[in-house]
Design a protein around this ligand. Structure first.
Ligand code: NAD
Length: 357
């Protein structure tokens, strides 16, 4: 039987509760599709600070590097809000992404037909549902460029620099083009090439990678301001969106909120190898930790992404997503509950997804 080594970082707040349900679902999928998971647990965030004084112990880095992939809950909480900046739980999050060389962030914005009513977008605009994947460059651009303060004409000024190298653009373009294989074969590259020199290079490199390596994929280009508008006007036109760090930061939040609930949104961060880091986009929700109210579906759907993108178990991933869809037709956690539905706890939701599998 195939065996996968999975590093598990439960984290803080609702992290342990939601990760537990994702693990139950992964085990069930393994039973059904003929693979076995071996889990290695490690500390990240506030729980790591409590145990070791640091948000990202070296042991955690070693365990994640040795694994086929990493599953993460969420980190942080009021208990650690007063620790010094370089030892905050969020530092652990940035640190592990950097240590694993993860340069691509994938955020699917999917509307399950059962949750159409939860979207802030009108049903006639959503149509039969929505399935957009935002591929955001994660380690370059203005968030990492030269910055500083200086005096300009006698007044104080500050600057940040957007810079991309050709290899940085090539590798993120390849991630996006590779993603369309099982999708609708359309990539939209988003930039601001009418104004920014870095965007002009971005557009030229994406165009060349497309021509030379992926001529079968449909490629379009769009300015970021137009894209922000089109995402709420006609989101169905998009399949895969690829964009820079800062534009992706903003557009992926916009795209994901179209789908309604924060408890449903999964994400993946990938590097040059197969291994990745998979986590829900929400935080550790300290306000509901320990109450059984957390929605585990974002983490369960992140685990499905791990099966698809890192472990080559696409069939199992499809089955988990279909099971989630079936469960949503009858039962909901409090955050997405509506009249007439059965309201269930975090653990009950995990059990129902396993049953539906
Ligand atoms: P949050 O995402 O934790 O919570 C925002 C709201 O959404 C809360 O009302 C919460 O109860 C609700 N919510 C979130 N996930 C839910 C789920 N699965 N089911 C049901 N309801 C859910 O954001 P926040 O309150 O701004 O941050 C709380 C802590 O999480 C902070 O310490 C923050 O730094 C941290 N955080 C961590 C990550 C991460 O680990 N990737 C991301 C964002 C925030």
């Amino acid at each position: 039987m195939k065996e996968y080594q999975i590093a598990v970082l439960k984290g803080d707040g609702i992290g342990p509760e939601i990760v537990e349900e994702a693990i139950r679902v992964l085990d069930k999928a393994g039973e059904k599709f003929g693979f076995q998971m071996k889990y290695q647990y490690a500390l990240l965030g506030g729980c790591a600070i409590d145990e070791t004084g640091m948000p990202l112990p070296q042991e955690t880095v070693a365990i994640c590097k040795a694994a086929d992939s990493t599953l993460l809950g969420a980190v942080g909480g009021p208990k650690w809000d007063t620790v010094p900046g370089d030892r905050r739980p969020e530092k652990g999050l940035l640190g592990i992404r950097e240590a694993l060389g993860l340069f691509a962030n994938l955020r699917p914005a999917v509307i399950f037909p059962e949750l159409r009513g939860a979207s802030p977008i009108r049903p006639e605009i959503i149509g039969d549902g929505l399935d957009v994947l935002v591929v955001r460059e994660l380690t370059g651009g203005i968030y990492f460029g030269e910055r500083g303060r200086r005096t300009v004409n006698g007044v104080e000024a500050a600057y940040d620099t957007e810079q991309y190298t050709v290899p940085e653009i090539e590798r993120i373009a390849r991630v996006a083009f590779d993603m369309v294989k099982k999708r609708k074969h359309r990539v939209c590259s988003v930039d601001k090439a009418n104004v920014l020199e870095s965007s002009r290079l971005w557009r030229a490199v994406v165009t060349r990678v497309h021509e030379e390596e992926y001529p079968d994929v449909e490629l379009s280009h769009m300015y970021v301001d137009n894209c922000a508008m089109q995402l709420v006007r006609n989101p169905g036109q998009f399949d895969v969106i690829v964009t820079s760090n800062i534009f992706g930061d903003i557009l992926s939040d916009e795209a994901s909120m179209i789908s309604g609930s924060i408890g449903m949104l999964a994400s993946a961060s990938l590097g040059s190898g197969k291994a990745g880091l998979y986590e829900p986009i929400h935080g550790s929700a300290p306000d509901i930790a320990g109450t059984g109210k957390a929605n585990p579906l974002a983490t369960i759907l992140s685990a499905a992404m791990m099966l698809r993108y890192s472990l080559g178990e696409a069939e199992a991933a499809d089955a988990i997503e279909a099971a989630v869809s079936r469960v949503l037709a009858q039962a909901r956690t409090a955050d997405i509950w509506t009249e007439g539905m059965r309201q269930v706890s975090c653990a009950e939701m995990g059990a129902l997804v396993c049953e539906a599998l």
